[in-house]
Design a protein around this ligand. Structure first.
Ligand SMILES: [Cu+2]
Length: 186
């Protein structure tokens, strides 16, 4: 029910203030993904790598609307630890058995130096950052808006991290260990 409402609102929010003509609207790409997380098994779309900080049975849900003019990505979580800060980003590769399998962050303009810790590239305008702090019931919510679309480029997962995302040179974009992962085809 919540998603139904968001699906109606998000395209309107995304397009507000742009000069998109009606003819360009079919380029909208909508992504929805939602899964309970569990220890990795082949075929699971939601994975926990740390059952203490990201308990099995917690739910990660993503809704994204992407067009060449811009993208909006929403993340909601349920069942994580209450009153705790988490980091979250869109990563390039799908979730796998190892936390690192989801690869680097998706970047609109790709940093020629990897891993990317340069704030000129590792920032919330060039990447999708969805940091959140859970409420007392363990519910989290974050929204990111960027002025570009994913297009056909690979962006295959949402990764939840141990801390909010750092911004200082040499650490920009890092957020501690990867705790959980949700497959989402942006
Ligand atoms: Cu990340």
């Amino acid at each position: 029910m919540r998603y139904l409402a968001l699906a109606t609102i998000v395209p309107a929010v995304l397009l507000a203030g742009t000069t998109a003509s009606a003819a360009e609207i079919p380029a909208l790409h909508v992504t929805t993904a939602s899964s309970k997380i569990e220890p990795y098994k082949p075929g699971t779309s939601g994975v926990t790598y740390n059952e203490k900080l990201a308990p099995a049975g917690a739910t990660l849900s993503v809704l994204a609307v992407s067009a060449p003019q811009g993208s909006t990505v929403l993340l909601t979580t349920r069942g994580l630890l209450p009153g705790r800060e988490y980091g979250a980003h869109v990563h390039v590769k799908p979730c796998g058995p190892a936390p690192a399998d989801s690869g680097p962050h998706f970047q609109d303009k790709k940093d020629p130096v990897q891993p990317s810790v340069d704030p000129a590239y590792a920032n919330p305008r060039n990447e999708i950052w969805l940091d959140f702090t859970t409420d007392q019931a363990g519910v989290g919510f974050a929204v990111a808006r960027v002025p570009w679309g994913f297009g056909d480029r690979e962006a295959s997962s949402l990764v939840v991290h141990e801390t909010h995302t750092h911004t200082e040179p040499g650490h920009a974009g890092t957020a501690g260990a990867r705790l959980a992962c949700l497959n989402a085809d942006f």
